[in-house]
Design a protein around this ligand. Structure first.
Ligand SMILES: *[C@@H]1O[C@H](CO)[C@@H](O)[C@H](O)[C@H]1NC(C)=O
Ligand SMILES: *[C@@H]1O[C@H](CO)[C@@H](O)[C@H](O)[C@H]1NC(C)=O
Ligand SMILES: *[C@@H]1O[C@H](CO)[C@@H](O)[C@H](O)[C@H]1NC(C)=O
Ligand SMILES: [Ca+2]
Length: 362
C-alpha cells in the first residue's frame, strides 16, 4: 500500500458552481465573417480541454495549429497550439502535453520543455491533470519511464513515474536567479502508451499562493486528499510507492486552528514500510522502530494530541486507532522511503493511506 491520503475537513463549504453559459446561439442571419472577426484571437477551450485560440480554420492551419473544436458560435475553429516536446515558454498557465495528446505516445523518446523565469515569478505549481507513465521497477525506481524537473535552485525533486493523476508539485525558481526550469519525460520501449497533461502555473514572488519553503506539496483547501505518488491498486510482488523519497507535504494552517488530526479513511488503510504483519494492534509502529524501513513524519503525533508524542510513523496502521493528532505547527507530513524495497514489494505495499484530517481540535 503506497498512498498517503488525507482528507482535510475543517468545515463544510458549499462551493457554488459557476454555471458556464453556452453563449446564446447566434442566428444564422449574422454573417459568419463578422463573428469570426469579433472572436479572432480570443481564447477558447479545445475539445481536448486545453486552452486554444479562436481562429478561422485556414489561419489555424497556416500557423501550424490544429483545429480542435469550434468557437465563435461555430463559425471559427478553436485552434490548438500544443505545448509539447521541444517547447519553450514564459507564459502563465501553459499546459504541457505529450506529443500525440489526447492520444497516447508509445515508444522510446526524450521529451523536454523549458520554462523561462520571469523576474516577478518565484515558484511554479505543476498540476498533473493527467499523468500515466510506466510503473516503477521492483526496486521502486523509475527505470523505464521518468518525469524529471531540473532547476538550479531549491531542493531536488523526486523522479516520478507510474500513475499520478491529480497530483501536484511546487518548484522553487529562486528570487534572483534567471535560470529556467526544464521538465523532461524520458520513455523507454513501446510496451505501453504514455500520456500526460501538466498545467504550469507561475506564482508571483511574495504572493499568498506561494508554498512555504520546503513544501513540495501544499494543500490550501479545507478539504483535500493527500496521496503518495503512483497510488493505485495493489500489484503482486511490487510496492507501488517510489523508493528514495524525501519530501514534505504541507497543509495550510487555517485561522484559529491549533491542531491537526490525520486519520486514515478506513481501518488498516495506512501502509508505509515495516512492520507488515501481526494483528491489527501490532502492525503500526512509531519512533525509533520506524528507522528500519520507510516512514512518514508528523511532529509530536499522538492519539491524545498532548505530550511529546512520536514523530515517526510506519507499518500498516497509524498508531493504535488509525489516527494521529499533532499540535505542532506548521502542519506537515514528511514522506520518507529508503532505497531498499525488497520487503515492501514482497508485501505488495500498494498504497492507500487514506488519511482524513480534522484540524479544528482545540
Ligand atoms: C506501440 O506501437 C507499436 C508499433 O506501432 C504497436 O505494435 C504496439 O501495439 C503499440 N503498443 C501500444 C501499447 O499501443
Ligand atoms: C498565473 O495565473 C494564476 C491563475 O490565474 C494567477 O493566480 C497567478 O497570479 C498568475 N501568475 C502570474 C505571474 O501572473
Ligand atoms: C497482538 O500482538 C501483540 C504482539 O504480538 C500481542 O501482545 C497482543 O496480545 C496481540 N493482540 C491480540 C488482540 O491478539
Ligand atoms: Ca523500503
Amino acid at each position: 500500500m503506497s498512498q498517503i491520503r488525507q482528507v482535510i475537513i475543517l468545515f463544510s463549504i458549499c462551493l457554488l458552481g459557476t454555471v458556464h453559459g453556452q453563449g446564446s446561439f447566434r442566428p444564422p442571419s449574422i454573417p459568419a465573417i463578422i463573428a469570426i472577426l469579433r472572436y479572432q484571437n480570443s481564447p477558447c477551450t479545445t475539445d481536448s480541454n486545453t486552452p486554444g485560440t479562436c481562429l478561422a480554420q485556414n489561419d489555424c492551419l497556416t500557423r501550424q495549429g490544429t483545429p480542435d473544436g469550434t468557437c465563435a458560435s461555430g463559425f471559427a475553429s478553436c485552434c490548438n497550439f500544443k505545448f509539447t516536446c521541444g517547447g519553450r515558454t514564459k507564459e502563465n498557465e501553459t499546459i504541457f502535453v505529450n506529443h500525440l495528446y489526447p492520444k497516447t505516445d508509445n515508444g522510446t523518446n526524450t521529451c523536454q520543455v523549458t520554462i523561462d523565469k520571469q523576474p516577478n515569478v518565484c515558484q511554479l505549481r505543476l498540476d498533473f491533470e493527467e499523468f500515466s507513465l510506466a510503473q516503477p521497477d521492483e526496486n521502486g525506481q523509475c527505470t523505464t519511464d521518468s518525469f524529471m524537473v531540473r532547476t538550479t535552485v531549491g531542493e531536488r525533486l523526486p523522479i516520478l513515474c507510474g500513475d499520478n493523476n491529480a497530483q501536484h508539485l511546487y518548484v522553487d525558481m529562486g528570487r534572483g536567479s534567471a535560470n529556467p526550469v526544464v521538465l523532461s519525460v524520458v520513455t523507454n520501449g513501446d510496451m505501453i502508451g504514455r500520456k500526460w497533461k501538466v498545467k504550469i502555473n507561475m506564482i508571483p514572488c511574495n504572493n499568498l499562493d506561494m508554498a512555504p519553503s520546503g513544501c513540495m506539496q501544499y494543500f490550501r483547501s479545507p478539504s483535500a486528499v493527500v496521496q503518495s505518488f503512483n497510488y493505485g491498486l495493489p500489484m503482486e510482488g511490487r510496492a507501488r510507492y517510489l523508493s528514495n523519497l524525501r519530501y514534505t507535504a504541507c497543509v495550510r494552517v487555517e485561522e484559529n486552528f491549533c491542531s491537526i488530526k490525520w486519520e486514515t479513511e478506513t481501518l488498516g488503510s495506512f501502509s508505509w514500510g515495516a512492520p507488515f504483519e501481526g494483528n491489527l494492534t501490532a502492525r503500526g509502529a512509531s519512533g525509533g522502530l520506524c528507522n528500519v524501513d520507510d516512514f512518514v513524519g508528523i511532529d509530536q503525533g499522538s492519539a491524545e494530541g498532548s505530550g511529546p508524542g512520536e514523530d515517526r510513523l510506519c507499518g500498516t496502521k497509524l498508531l493504535q486507532d488509525d489516527y494521529v493528532i499533532s499540535r505542532s505547527k506548521p502542519f506537515q507530513l514528511k514522506v520518507r522511503s529508503n532505497s531498499d524495497q525488497k520487503l515492501n514489494a514482497e508485501n505488495s505495499q500498494h498504497g492507500k493511506h487514506n488519511i482524513e484530517t480534522l484540524n479544528n481540535v482545540q
